[in-house]
Design a binder for this molecule. Structure first.
Ligand SMILES: Cc1cc2nc3c(=O)[nH]c(=O)nc-3n(C[C@H](O)[C@H](O)[C@H](O)COP(=O)(O)O)c2cc1C
Length: 158
């Protein structure tokens, strides 16, 4: 199976670690969203889209890519890392993918580390996920990815 994982990660590179673990587990090609060409996505059998959660949703660059890609009958999965698992919201990205004709076959969300110096409105969750993603988190990501190769639908969280 020809699989691609597109991701955006910039804050603590948490999502990049998870994306790399998934890509290794499923022998997928990995690309940063900045390097992805919307028209090239049609070449893959399965595509994963992931980023940190910023202001309750996926990164805008990922949403922009999905809006720019041609409509395609494609299996896709979404994943994210976040500071507070209760704030994970995959609704927008799933809506955009569905609008393009894609089928969501899996979701993966992880409650990962915030900057311990975090200030402001999210300070209450600062430090809670210190040390993550750890090896167990990455193992969960690998297991999720491998599961996608064998089943039609998978949902998982750390
Ligand atoms: C600008 C900004 C906004 C964020 N907003 C949220 C949020 O709404 N909910 C949440 O749970 N985490 C939030 N976080 C924490 C990130 O989702 C978390 O640190 C994530 O793992 C970052 O991924 P990255 O290191 O791959 O960029 C925010 C972080 C930043 C920098």
């Amino acid at each position: 199976m020809n699989t691609l994982i597109v991701y955006k990660s910039y804050h603590r590179m948490n999502t990049e670690k998870v994306a790399k673990a998934m890509a290794e587990a499923m022998n997928a090609q990995l690309t940063k969203v900045e390097d992805a060409r919307p028209e090239a996505l049609a070449e893959y059998d399965l595509i994963g889209f992931g980023s940190g959660i910023y202001g309750l949703k996926h990164h805008k660059a990922l949403i922009d890519l999905i809006e720019a890609m041609p409509a395609m009958d494609k299996n896709v999965f979404v994943f994210s890392t976040c500071g507070n698992l209760r704030e994970v919201n995959h609704k927008l990205i799933k809506e955009k993918l569905t609008e393009r004709g894609c089928h969501i076959v899996g979701e993966f969300a992880g409650a990962l580390r915030l900057n311990r110096d975090w200030k402001g409105a999210l300070a209450f969750i600062g430090g809670k996920n210190k040390g993550h993603p750890d090896e167990k988190d990455l193992e969960n990501a690998r297991a999720f990815a491998k599961g996608l190769l064998g089943t039609s639908s998978t949902t998982s969280s750390l």
